[in-house]
Design a protein around this ligand. Structure first.
Ligand code: PMP
Length: 298
């Protein structure tokens, strides 16, 4: 991976290679960590972090679900994130804050283990392909809402996503997970949308992560006079869609060309996906005044 000079760790900026943790870190053994994925973009007024405040809010919400006593306030985390990006002179890329139960105690109950926090950032381009991707519905089912707090971004949840990705058959780019009822849930790290007769459909909250990109898309669709419905979707519904796409901080807006080998529409990026993708890229790159409030300048 591409690196930067400094990583913020427990309040201090350390050289990249010095930001280390003990092998008996609680979070490493049990997934008792919470994290975010945030992006910084070049804008005409210089680099800006997109929806930093919302990512920090979700991070602290996730920390709460794991009983973490975080020694930093929301404002302090926002400041530390901006400082980390600024000091690394990062113009565009990805930011990874993580809070984890550290070293000092074993056993499943983490209370008593230190709560550690790290903020790293690095240059990172496209997460998924530019061309419409080939998606496969996974046999791995999205975590049950009663097994955990599914709208928290907890590291341990991601074994579910990793297994879905590892079990893809050759020739597929990304997985699409169903929930325990067999309804469409989401991608391993993306929310799912489909388009039918000019209307956007996306699964309801309940088993999925409440994506910040998903929320942005709701607003952009409204700006373009497009209706979005949160709806229970079956695999048969999505195979009949005119268009489909994934959204996420890393994936941005990624067109889906086929699902289980069946073309969606003509298999090319459709007009609604194109409009939404363009509108999203304009917002994150500071070309839409209406959404200035979402940009935190470095
Ligand atoms: N679902 C999952 C499981 C994810 O990991 C992500 C990425 N954070 C998303 C959806 C999209 O969320 P966001 O738009 O906030 O990045």
């Amino acid at each position: 991976m591409e690196t930067t000079d400094l990583i913020w760790m427990n309040g201090k900026l350390l050289p990249w290679e010095k930001a280390q943790t003990h092998v008996l870190t609680h979070g490493l053994h049990y997934g008792s960590a919470v994290f975010e994925g945030t992006r910084v973009y070049k804008t005409p007024q210089g680099p800006a972090i997109f929806r930093l405040k919302d990512h920090t809010k979700r991070l602290l919400y996730s920390a709460k679900t794991m009983g973490m006593n975080v020694p930093y306030s929301e404002a302090e985390i926002n400041m530390a994130t901006l400082e980390t990006v600024r000091r690394n002179k990062l113009k565009q890329g990805y930011i990874r804050p993580i809070i984890y139960y550290g070293y000092g105690k074993m056993g499943l109950n983490p209370i008593g283990a230190p709560v550690e926090m790290v903020i790293a950032c690095w240059p990172w381009g496209k997460y998924l392909d530019d061309r419409p991707i080939r998606v496969q519905i996974s046999d791995i089912v999205r975590i049950h809402p009663k097994s955990s707090v599914t709208d928290a971004k907890i590291s341990g949840h991601y074994t579910n996503s990793i297994m879905a990705v590892l079990s893809l058959d050759p020739g597929f780019d990304e997985a699409l997970l169903l929930d325990f009822k067999g309804n469409i849930a989401e991608g391993p790290g993306e929310n799912f949308f489909m388009v039918k007769k000019g209307v956007l459909y996306t699964p309801k909250l309940g088993t999925i992560l409440a994506g910040i990109t998903r929320d942005t898309i709701f607003q952009l669709a409204a700006d373009h006079g497009l209706k979005v419905l949160e709806k229970t979707l079956k695999p048969t519904d999505v195979l009949k869609g005119d268009e489909a796409f994934f959204t996420g901080t890393a994936a941005e807006v990624t067109a889906i060309g086929s699902i289980n080998g069946k073309k969606i529409g003509n298999g090319k990026m459709g007009p609604v996906t194109t409009t939404i993708q363009q509108a999203y890229m304009d917002v994150v790159k500071g070309k839409n005044k209406k959404y200035e409030r979402y940009l935190s300048r470095i």
